[in-house]
Design a binder for this molecule. Structure first.
Ligand code: HSE
Length: 430
């Protein structure tokens, strides 16, 4: 059995999950892959806290460089997160011909090109299954299982915190702040919960999904990002009434020329599989030209699920080391141009705060009509003489630029009080 020496930088939640799985399953992994891993050293700023894991043969240090420059270490696992010093550590380790495993989606989204190029130059692997959707093997699915197909769309529920919050708001009718507090109490949110609720964490992961599915290294600023902080229980309830659920979706759609890349709250049909993904679960719905629709579902975060994804990368990289085989280094293989968000076409949900008096509907619908926007449905409940009522519309497919121009005019109408809420709709999940 081949022995492979490992170093781990970052002994936090995921690091502990990886070490527990590795130590508990050493024999199982040996039997399955004919590899014996030896965890040689762990670096962390905190090497005092007892994590309840027996580590008698493992050197603990607070100096990551000891691992980077240890010639015996074959594979280095980076689980400290954040941009620096993670980027510097990884580049230095690649320079030392170490294979890298990371769960650091933010780092790969921002500095992926530099890191993948350095790896290619040094003939080492950078594996990152744990960086997108935790336990779901979506990196392998896109890179290996679907390699023969041309992918036309990817829709991801890839932030468990946001999905948990929207699920709570849908099921228990609670407000955004209460849902956020519950997510934080349960330890789901990132250290900075803005990353979760403002869609940034989903955008980091979407950069990686796009690279795998479409072969295009996009930068974060090429992705349109809108979070869920503007979503109220009122809109969630109207969505329900209309037969939809609100999800924070990371969407990539490509033809042979143009790629749409966007993260935003999205209404999906209540009957679609994505609508059934509740709580902290993640799912990625993939449409391929040959394979049709597939959905990958599972736990997107947490100590053991994410730790298991890191261990899977360890085995894969270790097998590669033995065979001399090199898996694709995720090169950019396409030069699709990125769609301007203003050109995106979707149906829209609109909620106006409108005065409740004759002629208001015709004023609003007149402006929509002037902008080539056709109305599919209208809802108004109750009566509010002298006050404002929520007036809800579903439109047919409309261009974003037309919608924004129409809403600017509508929001100036004296009969419209307050800013109109709009949510984009995705219907096609056959
Ligand atoms: N905060 C992330 C989530 C964790 O909620 O999905 C995993 O990236």
């Amino acid at each position: 059995m081949r022995e492979i020496n490992l170093g781990l930088i970052g002994f936090g939640t995921v690091g502990q999950g990886m070490v527990r799985i590795l130590l508990n399953n050493l024999d199982l992994i040996g039997a399955k892959a004919n590899i014996r891993f030896r965890l040689k050293a762990i670096a962390d700023l905190d090497i005092e806290t007892d994590r309840g894991i027996p580590l008698s043969d493992v050197r603990l240090t607070s100096d990551a460089k000891e691992l980077i420059y240890d010639p015996e270490i074959d594979i280095l696992v980076e689980l400290i997160g954040g941009l620096e010093p993670a980027r510097t550590y990884i580049l230095e380790a690649i320079g030392q011909k170490k294979n890298i495993i990371t769960a650091n989606k933010a780092l790969l989204a921002v500095h992926g090109k530099e890191i993948f190029e350095a790896a290619a130059q040094n003939g080492v692997r950078v594996a990152f299954e744990a960086s997108v959707a935790g336990a779901i093997p979506i990196v392998r699915a896109l890179r290996d299982g679907l390699v023969g197909d041309r992918i036309s769309a990817v829709y991801g529920i890839i932030n468990g915190t946001a999905n948990y919050m929207l699920s709570e708001m849908t099921e228990r009718d609670c407000a955004f702040q209460e849902a956020l507090r519950m997510a934080q109490d349960k330890g789901y949110a990132e250290a900075d919960p803005c990353l979760d609720v403002e869609g940034i964490d989903s955008a980091h992961k979407l950069v990686l999904l796009i690279l795998l599915a479409f072969g295009r290294q996009v930068s974060l600023d090429q992705i349109y990002v809108e979070g869920i902080s503007g979503i109220s229980p009122l809109d969630i309830n109207f969505a329900k009434e209309l037969g939809y659920r609100v999800k924070l979706l990371a969407i990539a759609k490509g033809d042979e020329r143009v790629l749409e890349a966007r993260v935003h709250p999205t209404m999906v049909p209540a009957s679609s599989l994505l609508a059934t993904v509740g709580g902290v679960y993640n799912a990625i719905f993939v449409r391929g030209q040959a394979t049709g629709s597939s959905m990958f579902y599972g736990r997107g975060a947490g100590m053991m699920p994410t730790g298991a994804a890191v261990v899977a990368d360890l085995v894969e990289v270790a097998l590669d080391l033995g065979s001399g085989r090199r898996k694709m280094l995720v090169p950019e293989f396409s030069n699709l141009s990125i769609n301007d968000m203003a050109q995106t076409v979707t149906p829209y949900y609109l909620r106006f705060s409108a005065a409740d008096r004759p002629g208001v509907l015709s004023k609003i619908s007149g402006i929509l009509g002037d902008h080539d926007i056709s109305i599919a449905k209208v809802i108004q409940h109750g009566r509010q003489v002298g006050g404002a009522v929520p007036l809800v519309m579903m439109t047919h497919e409309a261009r974003e630029s037309n919608m924004l121009a129409a809403l600017e005019l509508i929001d100036l109408l004296p009969v419209v009080w307050g800013k109109t809420v709009f949510i984009r709709v995705e219907e096609n999940f056959e």
